[in-house]
Design a protein around this ligand. Structure first.
Ligand SMILES: Nc1ncnc2c1ncn2[C@@H]1O[C@H](COP(=O)(O)OP(=O)(O)OP(=O)(O)O)[C@@H](O)[C@H]1O
Ligand SMILES: [Mg+2]
Length: 245
C-alpha cells in the first residue's frame, strides 16, 4: 500500500493551516464531485468517508488532491436504484412534490416521502416542501431539523432498501466533513450533483434509444438540462458576488 501525503480534514478546520484556507470550497466541491460520480454514474460507492479516511494534499503547483483511504466498505447500487435515487434528488432540487412522492415510493417509502426527502437532503421540512433547498441553510433551520427528527425517521429507515441505508450514512459523513471544513453553504453541491444526475440519466436514456430522431431528442434534452444547471451556477456565482444568499 502506498503512503498518501497531505492532511486529514480535521487538521484543516478553523484556520489551522493557512495555506489551505483559499481552497476549502474547492476541497468540498471535489469531494462532492467524487461522491456524486460514484453514486450516480458508477454505482460503486466508498461508504466510510470519515475524517481518518481522507487525506488532502496541496501540491507545489497549488492543486488540491484528495486521497480516499481504506477501501473496506463499499456499496454496489443496482441500476434501477440509481435511477430512482437520482430522480428523487432531482425532484427535491426542483421542489416538485408530486415527483418526490412518486420516486420516494419507488424507493420503498410511500406516505412518509416528505420525511425521507428531509433525510436525503439534510434539510428541514419547510425547506424541502417549500423549494428552499437551493438556498443556504440558516441556524434556525439547523434547530428546526432537530425538531423534525422524530419517530417517522425510524419508520423510514425500516422501509428503505439496504443500499439506501449506506447512502444515508455516507451523506451524513460527507456533511460532517463539510462542517469541519467550515463550508456550510451546500448550494454549489446541488449544481455538482445535478450534473452527475443529468449525466447518469442521459447515459441510460441514450442506451435505450432505437432510432436517430429518438437519439437527437435525448441529446437535445440533455443539453437543455446542462444549460439550466449552468444558468443556475452563473446565478449562484453572481449572487455570491452580490452577497444575496
Ligand atoms: N495509505 C495511507 N497513507 C497515509 N496515511 C494513512 C494511510 N492509511 C491510513 N492512514 C492514516 O493512518 C491513520 C489510521 O488509519 P486507520 O484506517 O487504521 O484508522 P482510522 O481511519 O482512524 O479508522 P478506521 O479503522 O475506522 O478507518 C489515519 O489517520 C489515516 O489517515
Ligand atoms: Mg481508516
Amino acid at each position: 500500500m502506498e503512503y498518501c501525503g497531505g492532511y486529514e480534514i480535521a487538521a484543516l478546520g478553523q484556520g489551522k493551516r493557512v495555506e489551505f484556507e483559499p481552497f476549502k470550497k474547492e476541497i468540498s466541491q471535489k469531494i462532492t464531485q467524487m461522491y456524486s460520480d460514484m453514486i450516480f454514474l458508477h454505482g460503486y460507492v466508498h461508504c466510510d468517508p470519515h475524517h481518518g479516511n481522507l487525506k488532502i494534499e496541496l501540491t507545489d503547483k497549488k492543486q488540491i488532491v484528495i486521497h480516499l483511504l481504506d477501501h473496506g466498505l463499499y456499496a454496489q447500487l443496482p441500476f434501477e436504484f440509481r435511477e430512482n435515487y437520482s430522480k428523487f434528488w432531482m425532484s427535491i432540487i426542483h421542489a416538485n412534490v408530486q415527483e418526490m412522492q412518486e420516486h420516494s415510493e419507488k424507493l420503498g417509502v410511500k406516505e412518509l416521502y416528505s420525511y425521507f426527502a428531509c433525510m436525503v437532503a439534510g434539510r428541514s421540512m419547510t425547506s424541502v416542501l417549500g423549494g428552499k433547498v437551493k438556498k443556504r441553510k440558516t441556524s434556525e433551520e439547523e434547530k428546526q431539523i432537530k425538531v423534525d427528527a422524530s419517530n417517522e425517521i425510524m419508520e423510514v429507515l425500516h422501509q428503505v432498501p439496504s443500499e439506501m441505508l449506506f447512502i444515508l450514512k455516507t451523506n451524513d459523513l460527507l456533511r460532517g466533513l463539510n462542517s469541519t471544513l467550515g463550508v456550510h453553504d451546500n448550494i454549489n453541491s446541488f449544481a455538482t450533483m445535478s450534473r452527475s444526475c443529468a449525466n447518469a440519466n442521459f447515459i441510460k436514456e441514450y442506451q435505450q434509444c432505437k432510432s436517430l430522431p429518438h437519439k437527437l431528442r435525448v441529446v437535445l434534452s440533455h443539453y437543455v438540462a446542462y444549460f439550466k444547471i449552468t444558468t443556475y451556477e452563473i446565478l449562484l456565482w453572481w449572487t455570491s458576488l452580490l452577497n444575496l444568499y
